[in-house]
Design a protein around this ligand. Structure first.
Ligand code: CP
Ligand code: NVA
Length: 308
C-alpha cells in the first residue's frame, strides 16, 4: 500500500507486524517471479566498511533482476576513506542514486548517513543490527515450518547484531525466542527489553537461558553465528574459550525436536560455533537461508523505492 515508500530500514523497531508480513508475502512473490522491470532505471549505492559475500552479491543481483543497477563502493576507495564526512557523502550520493545500502562498524554513522540522505538508507549490517538477515531468517523459518506464530527459535552464542535483529522480528511475529549466551555476551539489555515488550504485544516470548542444553528443549529452530564478529579479531582467542560450551553439535541438536532446523547467517567456522556434521547435515537449511537474502531484500527495495 506504499506505507514504506521513502522510509529507511535501519532496524525493524521502526516497523510493525503488518509491514513485515507484507514484505514476507512480496518476497514469496518475487522468489516465484524473479525478473521484472519494477526498478527500471533505479540505482542503489552500496557502501561497505567491511567484507561481504552475501549482502553484496544479493543486493546487486536483486537490483539487476528488477531492471535496476547497483554500485559497489568500498570506503577504502571513495573519499570517505580520505576524510570526507558521512554527511557530505550522503548529500552527494542522494543527487545520483535512489537508495543507499550501508555496511558499517557504527550504528551512529549509519544514522548520520540516513539523517543527511534524502533517499532511503538500508542497513546492510552494523555493530548492533542486521535487519536484512533477520528478514531472510524468518522468511526461511516460514518456508520450513509453514508458520511463524508459536515457532520456537533458539539462538546459541554471541548476543550480537544478528541475534538482536532476530529477537526483534521473532517477537514481532509472535514466535518463542530463546537466547543462550555466556556471561559477558548477553544481548543488549535495552534491545532485550524492547523485544520482550513486542513479544508481549504479539503473543510471543523472548527469554534468556544461559544453559544451552536447557535452552534447546523443544526447539523448532537452532540458530548460531560466529563467536568473533568482524572487527573483534583481537578478542578471538579469549572468545574461543568463553564460548567453548556453546558449540552447536549433534549432541545439542539431539536435545531439540526431532525435526529441528539449523540456521546460520554465514560465513561459518566449522569446528567453532558449529560442527561440520551439523552445518553439512540433514537439519541444516543454511544455503536456502542465504538464497533468501536476495528475495527479501528485493521486497524491501520495491517497498522503499519502487515505482508507484
Ligand atoms: N550473512 C551475511 O551478511 O553475509 P556477508 O557478510 O557475506 O554479506
Ligand atoms: N555477527 C557477524 C555477522 C556477519 C554476517 C559480524 O558482525 O561479523
Amino acid at each position: 500500500d506504499g506505507s514504506m515508500h521513502g522510509k529507511d530500514v535501519l532496524t525493524w523497531l521502526d516497523y510493525n507486524q503488518a509491514e513485515v508480513s507484507q514484505l514476507l508475502a512480496q518476497a514469496q512473490h518475487l522468489k516465484e517471479n524473479p525478473y521484472s522491470q519494477s526498478l527500471k532505471g533505479k540505482n542503489l549505492a552500496m557502501i561497505f566498511e567491511k567484507s561481504s559475500t552475501r549482502t553484496r552479491v544479493s543486493f546487486e543481483v536483486g537490483m539487476v533482476q528488477m531492471g535496476g543497477h547497483a554500485l559497489y563502493l568500498n570506503t577504502r576507495d571513495i573519499q570517505v576513506g580520505r576524510g570526507e564526512t558521512i554527511a557530505d557523502t550522503a548529500r552527494v550520493l542522494s543527487g545520483y542514486v535512489d537508495a543507499i545500502m550501508f555496511r558499517t562498524n557504527s550504528h551512529g554513522r549509519l544514522k548520520e548517513l540516513a539523517e543527511h540522505a534524502s533517499v532511503p538508507v538500508i542497513n546492510g549490517l552494523c555493530d548492533i543490527y542486521h535487519p536484512c538477515q533477520a528478514l531472510a531468517d524468518i522468511f526461511t523459518i516460514l518456508e520450513l515450518k509453514g508458520r511463524l506464530c508459536g515457532v520456537k527459535v533458539v539462538y546459541i552464542g554471541d548476543g550480537n547484531n544478528v541475534a538482536h535483529s532476530l529477537m526483534i522480528l521473532a517477537a514481532m511475529m509472535g514466535m518463542e525466542m530463546v537466547v543462550s549466551a555466556p556471561d559477558g555476551y548477553q544481548p543488549d539489555p535495552l534491545i532485550t527489553e524492547k523485544s520482550q515488550a513486542l513479544a508481549k504485544r504479539y503473543g510471543g516470548s523472548v527469554v534468556l537461558e544461559q544453559n544451552p542444553e536447557k535452552a534447546v528443549k523443544d526447539a523448532d529452530v537452532i540458530y548460531t553465528d560466529v563467536w568473533t564478529s568482524m572487527g573483534q579479531e583481537e578478542e578471538s582467542e579469549k572468545r574461543l574459550l568463553d564460548f567453548k560450551d556453546y558449540q552447536v553439535n549433534e549432541a545439542l541438536i539431539n536435545k531439540a525436536k526431532s525435526n529441528v532446523s539449523f540456521l546460520h547467517c554465514l560465513p561459518a567456522h566449522r569446528g567453532e560455533e558449529v560442527t561440520a556434521s551439523v552445518i553439512d547435515g540433514s537439519h541444516s537449511a543454511v544455503f536456502q537461508q542465504a538464497e533468501n537474502r536476495m528475495h527479501v531484500q528485493k521486497a524491501i527495495l520495491q517497498a522503499v523505492v519502487g515505482w508507484k
